[in-house]
Each structure stands twice: as C-alpha cells, then as structure tokens.
Ligand binder design. Structure first.
Ligand code: SF4
Length: 263
C-alpha cells in the first residue's frame, strides 16, 4: 500500500509539459538506438543534486568516506540552487538529493527541499541516519520531503560497522523511530521511509531479519542493494557469497567479472 501511495505521488508531479518531455526523451532514446547516432529532442526530466560532499563516516568503497575526492569538497549554495530550479522546473519532476556525502551535514538542507517543493518537484534523499533527532524528524516531515532512504547495513553493531566505518547502529535505529513517530504526530504519509540494506559478506546472513525488523518498526519499504566494489577481479572481503546479492560473477579461473552488460 505504501509503495503504491509513493508511486502515485510521483505521478502527481507530472504536468502536461513534463509528460510531453518524457515522450520526447523516449523517442530520442529509441531513435538513437535505431540509427546508432546521438539524437536528443527533450530536456532533463530528473536530476541528482549533491547537497554536500562532506560525510561523518568512513565507508571503504566511497570517495567521501575515504576523503579521496578528485573534485572540490563543499556544500551547495542556496542561491545557486534556486537559480538552477528556475532553469529546470518546467521539465524536471524528480530530484534525488544525494550522491556522495551525507545530506544532513548541509546546515540548510531542508531549505533546498522546501525550494524544490515550491517548484512542484518530487524530492528524495538518502542518509546514514546519524543526525535525525526527534526535532529534526518533525522538520523533515514539515519540509514536504517525499522519500527518505535510511542506510541500515547490519543488525548488530559488529556487522554494521564492517561497512559503515565509524557509524553507530543505535543512531540509525533511533533516527528511523523518530521519523515514524514524526509522521504519526503530523498525520503524514511523507516522507516514504525506506530501509536500504547494502549486502556485503559480513551482513548477508542478516537479510531475512531486516524485513522482520522493518515490519516491527512500521518502515514503509525495504530495499536490498548490491555493493559496487572498486577492487573485485580477484575477489574482495566485502563480496557476498550468495551471488544473488553481488554485482560480480565468479568465472572458471577463480576471477570475477561484472554480471550482465550496461544497457
Ligand atoms: S555514509 Fe554514504 S557518503 Fe558517507 S562515507 Fe558512507 S557511503 Fe559515503
């Protein structure tokens, strides 16, 4: 039910022009494939915006966690963001407010969300859940944010910190409880709350239990995510044993290759 409600909410952000633009993009894509040359008729329909490159954690497969960015670090300026919204709001109906970095470390992160909501854009973010106090959870609900993904990558501190280095599982659990309580207090269905479980070798055995925990906590949805590993050819201590949860496939000679081909 919650998933349907979330999907319907996305569709409600479509205007006549935005639908027309998506059709133009589909035609462009299909024509480009048929004629094997770039054909581009539409405008951007969705975007990813990185509020900040800073992060409090040290995840081993993330440039933010490793402090290894090749681009400048910093936070998005509010005025620049408004200028951007003015340029794209006619065609863009969906913005992901995350890439690398923890969005809630941007001191005015929720102002970005409020501005996007004024432009009638569906907004989504992803967080490590270390900064969501009861008060912040109420502010999040009041901002109009449509979707929040909370990374819960282990059901014990020991398994959790194998990937979320310097992280505290107890903070992730209380952040999620605070969000559920804030939604109840405001009688709101938003933000749609997703538990995201990054499957790695140390935690893959806990996957069935994460669904149970989510149900007990009234989390709207659970997503199991496969991990991107920079160093995978000769195996990696983080690579799950169950290939279903891995992006890589073992070959006859014992080395690994990426499953499938990019579209
Ligand atoms: S929490 Fe996210 S942004 Fe921070 S280090 Fe981990 S993967 Fe990177």
């Amino acid at each position: 039910m919650s998933k349907w409600r979330d999907s319907i909410r996305i569709v409600r952000h479509l205007t006549a022009f935005r639908i027309w633009n998506i059709l133009l993009l589909r035609v462009s894509f299909l024509s480009a494939r048929i004629f094997s040359k770039p054909i581009h008729l539409g405008l951007p329909a969705s975007m990813s915006i990185e509020p900040t490159t800073a992060c409090n954690l040290g995840c081993p497969e993330c440039p933010s966690g490793l402090k290894q960015f090749t681009r400048p670090t910093g936070k998005l300026d509010l005025n620049l963001h408004r200028k951007l919204l003015n340029q794209i709001e006619k065609s863009v109906f969906y913005i992901n407010y995350y890439f690398q970095g923890e969005p809630f470390l941007h001191p005015e992160f929720l102002e970005l969300i409020k501005d996007a909501k004024r432009s009638r854009i569906y907004t989504s973010t992803s967080t490590n859940g270390h900064f969501i106090t009861p008060e912040k959870a109420l502010e999040i609900v009041d901002s109009g944010l449509d979707r929040i993904i909370v990374s819960i990558d282990g059901l014990t501190q020991e398994t959790y910190e194998q990937y979320r280095v310097h992280g505290k599982l107890s903070k992730v659990i209380s952040a999620s409880q605070n969000l559920v309580a804030a939604k109840r207090e405001r009688n709101s269905h938003t933000p749609h709350l997703i538990f995201q479980f990054l499957a790695v070798k140390p935690n893959e055995h806990e996957i069935p239990q994460v669904f149970e925990l989510a149900s007990e906590m009234s989390i709207d949805e659970v997503r199991i995510k496969t991990a991107q590993l920079y160093d995978y050819k000769n195996g990696n201590p983080l690579m799950p044993e169950n290939e279903r949860y891995s992006r890589y496939k073992r070959q006859g000679d014992g080395t690994y290759k990426l499953k499938g081909k990019p579209w």
